[in-house]
Design a protein around this ligand. Structure first.
Ligand code: HPA
Ligand code: ZN
Length: 326
């Protein structure tokens, strides 16, 4: 079979996905209309043409604006359900997804509304599509630690529905150290931890995520390659990195997919995984990400299979579940 068919057919898991980043323009217009919210674009085509970014911040500005039309529990359900049906068609069997509570609570939408909508869609996805899941609550790093603490408080009644906490949004100037205390409290409450680090920020942010936040995975981590000692540490501990090739291309973290560091990272024995990040904004879900790097970097089926296996290893599935799928 062709490499494309091989990628499409192999059962996959996704570990780095922002549910707000799956908001397709068509659904955005539909939900805006029923909530009588205005979008500053006249059509789906006009909105899509605004998806041209020079860096992370230009993307985030549009991503937060899009999320503004999400108001009701049903909106969060529909958003999550659309993602699940989409990845089901792509043979994704397990997902560990982020949501950004503060993006919604800061607009007056309650934490309950957001999590109930997302959780019921995830449960339906498990039952009707056979997709298992973990949910990760991500703190916005451009806000202060007090706001993250408030969010952590709000999440406690829903602890059973949330497996971990993460850290996303504008990276440079907002190092992991800013959130050391709230991550400590989160771990004490039983949450696993991950953090975006080394996407635009320096390798020192990756060190901080490891040492101060005690993460179980690094989201992105591209810039680890600038620090040999860090590469050695990540390789020897088999710390997973959740890479997002099309995101890196669209946010100009790499100038061309042929320059994507994934092969170099595999050669360094790093536990790298392929993910879509914000597929509605970056032009592709899981299969498109795999196919993009496979074609640009001339990857073999063995290399694809290894990447897929890495994701199951890096997942938070219980050991026996993992072994079944590797
Ligand atoms: N980086 C930081 N924050 C984000 C991203 C990202 O790639 N996607 C959504 N929020
Ligand atoms: Zn991300």
């Amino acid at each position: 079979v062709s490499i494309e068919k091989f990628i499409e057919n192999i059962p996959k898991t996704e570990l780095h996905l922002h549910i707000e980043g799956t908001f397709e323009p068509e659904l955005m217009f539909e939900i805006a209309k029923r909530n009588q919210k205005k979008i500053p674009f006249n059509s789906v085509a006009e909105l899509k043409s605004a998806y041209k970014f020079n860096n992370l911040q230009e993307f985030l500005d549009i991503y937060y604006a899009g999320a503004n039309v999400l108001i009701k529990e049903q909106d969060f359900y529909d958003l999550t359900w659309a993602y699940l049906t989409k990845v089901h068609e792509q043979n994704v069997v397990h997902v560990e997804i982020f949501f950004d509570p503060q993006t919604h609570t800061d607009r007056g939408v309650s934490f309950d509304t957001v999590i109930k909508g997302i959780h019921s869609a995830l449960e339906d996805g498990k039952e009707r599509l056979g997709i298992t899941y973990k949910l990760i609550m991500s703190f916005l790093r451009h806000l202060d630690e007090a706001s993250a603490f408030k969010t952590l408080e709000q999440s406690l009644p829903y602890k059973d529905w949330i497996s971990g906490v993460g850290l996303d949004s504008s990276e440079v100037g907002n190092p992991p150290s800013k959130f050391e205390e709230v991550f400590k409290k989160s771990r004490k409450e039983g949450f696993l931890t991950v953090a975006h680090a080394g996407e635009e920020g320096p390798a020192t942010y990756i060190w901080e995520a490891l040492e101060l936040l005690q993460v179980t995975r690094i989201d992105h981590g591209n810039r680890c390659l600038e620090d040999n000692k860090l590469v050695k540490q990540l390789a020897s501990s088999q710390m997973p990195l959740t890479l997002c090739p099309l995101s890196n291309l669209e946010l100009k973290v790499v100038s061309n997919l042929k320059e994507h560091p994934i092969v170099k990272m595999m050669a360094e024995n790093l536990l790298v995984t392929v993910n879509s990040d914000d597929p509605a904004y970056f032009g592709g879900y899981m299969n498109e990400n795999y196919i993009g790097i496979a074609n640009a970097l001339d990857l073999s089926k063995e290399q694809i299979a290894e990447l897929v296996k890495n994701s199951f290893i890096a997942s938070w599935l219980p050991k026996q579940e993992k072994e079944k799928r590797i």
